[in-house]
Design a protein around this ligand. Sequence first.
Ligand SMILES: [Zn+2]
Length: 130
Amino acid sequence: MNVSKKVALSVYERDSYRCAACSSDSLSIQHRTNRGMGGDPKGYKNVLSNLMALCGLCNGALEVDTKFRDTGIRNGWKTFEWDDTERVAVFYIWAREWRLLSNDGTFRVVDVSEITRGKNDAPLVIGKAA
Ligand SMILES: [Zn+2]
């Protein structure tokens, strides 16, 4: 993991110390856009809207399980490099809500009617993050 402990803690705090995909509290930092999704070849983008709390199992499965990766794209846990992570909603299973993450560390809940579907059903939102 190449984020500082301070950044990781702020992400866990924002995400209520639970995995967005399965509610586990055994957490790791998920980079929504990474090299495998066409991200910066020199490394990961560490802006807060690109970071979220997922457990190690879900995090790993997104990298190796293509079916789960598709689920991840539909739920905003994985994003494409050409999409702005502040404009791709994230589904939090335990909260049963869609959230739009901001690079300032805040989020807002978005109504499903605000979501339009992009490539591979990516949940895009037109509008302000916070
Ligand atoms: Zn999980």
